[in-house]
Design a protein around this ligand. Structure first.
Ligand SMILES: NC(=O)c1ccc[n+]([C@@H]2O[C@H](COP(=O)([O-])OP(=O)(O)OC[C@H]3O[C@@H](n4cnc5c(N)ncnc54)[C@H](O)[C@@H]3O)[C@@H](O)[C@H]2O)c1
Length: 254
């Protein structure tokens, strides 16, 4: 796909990996729609100041009407949707069961809220983003691309029952949609990043934990948001890539 003047909608585009992707697609000459619950105007203004084309729209990916309105915004502003990146995601880590050391009895459980909050954003949000973007592409008679953000945690990570389940579900949607939507000229691919230096990871991480992680990453460092953006650019440019997940992890495995 040639990226110049293509309309690229990025959920969660105001921070971290989403913002890096927005900046990178804008540098390719794409028209970027930053869709996020917060920070959209600042993020879009930053891209415009750097000479790119960007617009911001408040979007909550958990909400069907909000996601539909986001695709309408892209169509009203720039004529359609060519690429949608379902990037918005959250963490609510915790153990499935916490057992009291002294008594050996279950002291706490992962709550349904903790489960549901992650599923709502990371799974339902990706479903709605993919569905509404594909609908806009088909109705707009445009061939297109869906890029979905999974994670290395899709394999099932300790303390991430909710997050791992959501990120594994994203892979299933990638394959299902690559089959269903190919007939309309729409490709779907996922990216599974390892540990990336973004607010999601760095906010609460203690220096000791950071050092521990570096030791288990073969390249000896966390990834950068720009490197995930580069992966998205590769997927966009190579029309043969669909129905797969590209792991960008620095060699780390769970
Ligand atoms: N950072 C990592 O190490 C890492 C690793 C693997 C996968 N990922 C995935 O990459 C994606 C981006 O993560 P990040 O590290 O850049 O996180 P981040 O916290 O920096 O950015 C996430 C963005 O999503 C937005 N968001 C949250 N809930 C939303 C909602 N309901 N609707 C719309 N936007 C919403 C936030 O406002 C924020 O701007 C996520 O899907 C995450 O799971 C990140």
């Amino acid at each position: 796909m040639e990226l110049k003047d293509k309309v690229v909608v990025i959920t969660g585009g105001a921070s971290g990996i989403g913002l890096a992707m927005a900046q990178r697609f804008a540098a390719e000459g794409s028209k970027v729609v930053i869709a996020d619950v917060k920070g959209v105007d600042e993020a879009a203004a930053g891209i415009r100041e750097a000479g790119g084309q960007a617009a911001g729209v408040v979007c909550d990916v958990r909400d069907e009407a909000s996601v539909a309105a986001t695709m309408k915004f892209a169509t009203d502003t720039w004529g359609g949707v060519d690429v949608a990146i379902a990037n918005a995601g959250i963490l609510r880590d915790g153990l499935l069961l916490r057992v009291d050391k002294a008594t050996g009895m279950v002291a706490d459980r992962m709550s349904v809220k903790q489960w549901q909050d992650v599923i709502d954003v990371n799974l339902t949000g990706v479903f709605l983003t993919g569905r509404e973007a594909a609908a806009a592409m088909i109705d707009g008679r445009r061939r297109g691309l869906l890029i979905l953000l999974s994670s290395i945690s899709k394999e099932g990570n300790f303390g991430q029952t909710n997050y791992s389940a959501s990120k594994a579900g994203v892979i299933a949607m990638t394959v299902a949609w690559s089959r269903e939507l190919a007939r309309f000229g729409i490709r779907t691919a996922a990216i599974a990043p390892g540990f990336i230096e973004t607010p999601m990871v760095m906010k609460d991480m203690k220096p000791e934990a950071l050092e521990k992680f570096k030791q288990i990453i073969p390249i000896g460092r966390l990834g950068k948001p720009e490197e995930i953006a580069e992966t998205a650019i590769f997927i966009a440019k190579c029309d043969l890539v669909t129905g797969v997940c590209i792991e960008a992890t620095g060699g780390m495995r769970l």
